[in-house]
Design a protein around this ligand. Structure first.
Ligand code: P6P
Length: 338
């Protein structure tokens, strides 16, 4: 049982027992992520002080202006994961294609792949709003000793062995799961140590916060419009409160603690929504379900979607179980009436 104020190192050692027969690679992988997170945290926290913010002058595969911290964070996580001989491949929002990590003698004996959004919400950096790193970990499906393939990355979210996020906010937290619940660790920057501040995190089944960019209201499907009106009507425990930071990690982290629903649906402007299945929605859905919440595309479980492309987008409804189910009701009703 997690003990409050335990260090992350002690927690990882204790939880190694969940993986009998494993030689500890996953623990070493989590350890390497926490090291990279500390380095990135240091840069994020001083972003306003040095000329490291502002556009890098290039665009990424999403066609978005690449902020310098995006590039820095991406390079740091890739460098840390590469140096430790733990993964055979990495896919990142910032890279068009996946990266093959050869073993020290040119072989491919490492059994994990990592998919990540190295700095989600980076457009918020210049205005000092929280941003986050999101990661998702799978065992490779192609044979050890052969080069990693696209199919190692295109696995459904229900095959994840671990997932988590780092939120660079008023404090820096690492929140992750290996399939045995969700635990949150807060960084003490003075000591460089992470302490178990949020053991066994649970999504409240009910909530009173809805998070969606209502600026897109006219472009939403009818079911989403109907659910937003449901949240706003004066009845029972409603109207709910609207809270939207524009940084998914921050919005979902707040809702996991307080209860709430986060939605990024499809619209007439974006037929599959904006968020990426493999390195944004799948890891957040794994964490959400492990914390007792629910995550769907409005109709089907996110973790059951069979991926077809590395950077594919999906509509995303995530949060308190009862709220997601109510939103799904409106989506299905509108669909049957259309
Ligand atoms: P919009 C940040 O760019 C991000 O990918 C998510 O973190 C966030 O939830 C979403 O986009 C915000 O998008 O269209 O509402 O500005």
């Amino acid at each position: 049982m997690p003990k409050k104020n335990q260090t992350l190192g002690e927690f990882i050692i204790e939880n190694q027992a969940h993986f009998p027969g494993s030689s500890g690679e996953l623990s070493r992988l989590i350890n390497s992520l926490r090291l990279a997170a500390k380095v990135v945290n240091h840069e994020v926290n001083k972003a306003g002080l040095v000329d490291i913010i502002g556009a890098y002058g290039e665009t990424n595969v999403q066609g978005e202006d690449q902020q310098k911290l995006d590039v820095y964070a991406n390079n740091k996580f890739i460098q840390t994961l590469t140096n430790r001989e733990i993964v055979c491949g990495i896919a990142s929002e910032e890279n068009d294609d996946f990266i093959r990590i050869e073993g020290h003698n040119g072989d491919d004996q490492n059994k994990y792949v990592v998919l990540m959004d190295p700095l989600d919400g980076s457009s918020n950096i210049d205005v000092n709003v929280s941003v986050g790193t999101i990661f998702s970990i799978y065992r490779r499906v192609t044979p050890l000793g052969t080069p990693v393939q696209l199919e190692d990355f295109l696995q459904p979210g229900n095959k994840q062995v671990a997932a988590g996020y780092i939120i660079y906010g008023t404090s820096t937290m690492l929140v992750y799961t290996t399939g045995h619940g969700v635990n949150g660790f807060t960084l003490n920057p003075a000591l460089g140590s992470w302490y178990l501040s949020h053991p066994d995190m649970k999504f409240p089944e009910e909530g009173k916060i809805y998070s969606i960019n209502e600026g897109n209201y006219v472009h939403f499907p009818q079911g989403v419009k109907d659910y937003i009106k449901y949240c706003q009507e004066e009845k029972g425990d409603r109207p709910y409160t609207s809270r939207y930071i524009g940084s998914m990690v921050s919005d979902i982290h707040r809702n996991m603690i307080k209860g709430g629903i986060f939605m990024y649906p499809k619209s007439s402007k974006a037929n599959n929504g904006k968020l990426r299945l493999l390195y944004e929605c799948n890891p957040m859905a794994f964490l959400t379900e492990q914390a007792g919440g629910k995550a769907s595309d409005g109709f089907q479980r996110i973790l059951d979607i069979e991926p077809t492309e590395l950077h594919q987008r999906v509509p995303f409804f995530c949060g308190s179980k009862n709220m997601v189910e109510k939103a799904e009701e409106f989506m299905k009703k509108a669909e049957s009436n259309s």
